[in-house]
Ligand binder design. Structure first.
Ligand code: ZN
Length: 384
């Protein structure tokens, strides 16, 4: 089969498979898989592993001590050394605790499938699975080695999967991320902000607020002054933001606070801005005499800059055109595991997953009719 015909053959195949895609999305949604609950997450992982095995993937369950297990599925061409490796990346964990289904059941209404984790990103995994099935069933001759990695802790920072993602990405020529697309037109995410979290702890000195105010160093006042200073670092035009999202401090009334702390949300589009924000934080000096500052944390996911995705996006756009789809792109203020792989210098294209809306909310849903064309686009990317 000529390469350019992959999209044309995959689309009718996948359209005919829509009922099975939807049924699998339902089963996956019913297997609730919160990032912080190992037993249910492992069940979801095991189910996914079986589905890939059924379709001829070589499945490994990568056991984890505290988090859900990760799933790696590989496929390589028979009889020849692969020309390159493509990593298809996503996560099966959700932000919803077990039991959420009771008030937020899986349901279909008005051409949409609702339920916890449907959009972010179980439908993306379903699309990848059926894209793989289509390539196998249509016997598309590919010289590429495909590695699908489905992780369990993306929603809580990917601590247990980060090194695995990095080592697999380094062996790959490209990374395709099945995170949700953006908006009703399903825009791909060709750049993402880097995201971080820092903690600022201020130590002052306690004293009686009435009898000996001169002996105290008020940690809350110091923290307020520092936050006021940091607020001026925000540059919305460049997309640099720093926000104190949580503050606490003090022990009781009548006592000058000897301790206060803030958790800061950090974001930037550019690696250079990320570095300068981090170094400004590290070089903070106390404003009030006697106060001490302690800064920990920093950027957890570096920015995904557009230069890492531009060539892959151009290819996806041209393949989409063959499918009769107009494919657009957008920048996203949130991070994903694609940020890690792009920062390693591996071309990365994100937002290839579901079309829908309402991630992390009661309204989370996917647009059902978009499942086959999105899966066909992925099949074209993998098979050409
Ligand atoms: Zn996600």
């Amino acid at each position: 089969m000529a390469n350019r015909s992959v999209p044309k053959a995959a689309l009718p195949y996948l359209r005919a498979r829509l009922p099975q895609m939807l049924e699998l999305l339902r089963e996956l949604t019913l297997l609730e898989s919160p990032s912080t609950e190992k037993a249910p997450a492992d069940r979801c992982c095991g189910f996914l592993g079986d589905q890939w095995q059924l379709r001829g993937g070589s499945v490994e369950i990568l056991k984890q001590a505290t988090r859900g297990n990760h799933l790696r599925v590989t496929w390589q061409p028979d009889n020849r050394a692969p020309s390159e490796q493509i990593l298809i990346l996503g996560h099966y964990d959700t932000v919803y605790p077990t039991g959420t289904l009771a008030e937020m059941p899986f349901r279909i209404s008005d051409g949409k499938a609702f339920g916890p984790g449907t959009f972010d990103m179980k439908a993306g995994i379903v699309q990848a699975l059926f894209a793989f099935e289509a390539l196998r069933e249509l016997q598309v001759p590919s010289a590429k080695k495909l590695v699908f990695l489905w992780t369990s802790d993306e929603e809580i920072g990917s601590e247990s999967s980060r090194s695995l993602i990095a080592s697999e990405a380094k062996r790959s020529n490209a990374v395709l991320v099945l995170e949700p697309s953006l908006g009703p037109r399903g825009l791909l995410k060709t750049s993402r902000k880097g995201v971080g979290e820092a903690q600022l702890v201020v130590c002052g000195r306690a004293s009686h607020a009435g009898l000996a105010p001169e002996k105290g160093v008020n940690a809350i006042h110091e923290l307020a002054a520092q936050i006021t200073r940091m607020e001026r670092w925000n540059n919305l035009r460049r997309g640099v933001t720093i926000n104190a999202d949580l503050v606490k401090g003090g022990s009781r009334t009548n006592v000058i606070a000897d301790r206060a702390e803030a958790v800061l949300d950090l974001r930037a589009w550019r690696v250079s801005d990320m570095r300068s924000l981090e170094s400004r934080l590290r070089s903070l000096k106390p404003i009030h005499g006697g106060a001490k500052l302690e800064i920990t944390g920093g950027f957890n996911r570096p920015p995904l800059e557009r230069k890492q995705s531009a060539a892959l996006f151009a290819r996806a756009k041209s393949l989409a055109k063959d499918l009769g789809l107009a494919l657009g792109e957008a920048a996203a203020g949130g991070g994903s595991d694609g940020n890690f792989t792009a920062a390693l210098g591996i071309p990365t294209l994100d937002g290839l997953g579901a079309v829908g809306d309402g991630a992390h909310s009661r309204q989370e849903h996917v647009l059902i009719k978009t499942l086959p064309p999105r899966a066909a686009l992925l099949a074209a990317l993998l098979g050409s």
